[in-house]
Design a protein around this ligand. Structure first.
Ligand code: GSH
Length: 237
């Protein structure tokens, strides 16, 4: 079997990073293929993308689309998807929320519109991006953080979200925490999708965002895992 190939835009971590973290944590070899927007259009227009979107994962000639499906496949390979059906569903629930949160976050930047008979993303005006981002960080993200804190506190005597060992759900929360960290490069790097230029930007989430003890402890545990630490040193958010 060949290594799976993960395709995503080369300007950021986005919806592909959870799958990367899972592969890396589980020591599963994969090819990380960053592509330009031009290459994306070529793949889309030649019918290689089942939903005309990225990420996709190619596994021995089969293409898997949708970030949660890709991450679940990776989690099963990496041993990070629980064998117990109820615990598995609990992790699905959290990873579905990961996607909901990213959808809202991306929605701060882009609208989805029909153009020339095709559903595509359209960039919002900088002023609107700022309004939506402020709302996102003031309300949506804080609200979800409190929910994650509560889930950890009710998973008996463990620092993890579900059960007593780390699952892909913990990596999903970690991915969100790193993405929304006020020090993440994505806020300061002009070539990323997230950068908002003068005079409205650069935008940075407030450092005052809730810091919750159990969520922070979980993040620390993951950050200190040697393989993740090495990966993030060479590929910071
Ligand atoms: N539900 C999909 C959403 C994927 C998605 O929106 N991908 C964006 C980049 S983050 C994309 O390729 N957009 C191109 C388009 O929709 O025109 C997933 O979770 O993978």
């Amino acid at each position: 079997m060949n290594n799976p190939i993960l395709f995503y835009y080369n300007d950021g971590k986005g919806r592909a990073e959870l799958s990367r973290l899972i592969f890396i944590y589980g020591d599963i070899s994969f090819e990380d293929k960053g592509i330009s927007f031009q290459e994306y259009f070529q793949m889309r227009d030649s019918g290689q993308l089942p939903f005309e979107q990225l990420p996709i994962l190619q596994v021995d000639g089969t293409t898997i689309s949708q970030s949660c499906a890709i991450a679940r496949y990776a989690a099963k390979k990496a041993g990070l998807y629980p064998n117990d059906n109820v615990q598995a569903a609990q992790t699905d629930m959290i990873v579905d929320a990961w996607r909901d949160i990213l959808d809202i976050f991306y929605g701060c930047y882009v609208d989805r519109v029909v153009d020339n008979g095709r559903l595509v993303m359209k960039m919002r005006e900088p002023k609107v991006k700022l309004e939506k981002l402020n709302e996102f960080f003031d309300t949506t993200w804080s609200m979800h953080l409190r929910r994650f804190e509560k889930m950890i506190s009710s998973s008996s005597n463990s620092p993890f979200l579900v059960g007593d060992s780390l699952t892909w759900a913990d990596l999903a929360l970690f991915d969100l925490l790193c993405t929304f960290d006020e020090n993440a490069n994505l806020w300061k790097t002009e070539s990323t999708f997230f950068y908002i230029p003068d005079p409205y930007g650069p935008y940075r989430p407030s450092a005052e965002i809730l810091k919750l003890p159990l969520v922070n402890e979980l993040s620390k545990i993951i950050k200190q895992t040697p393989s993740i630490k090495t990966w993030l040193t060479s590929h910071p958010y």
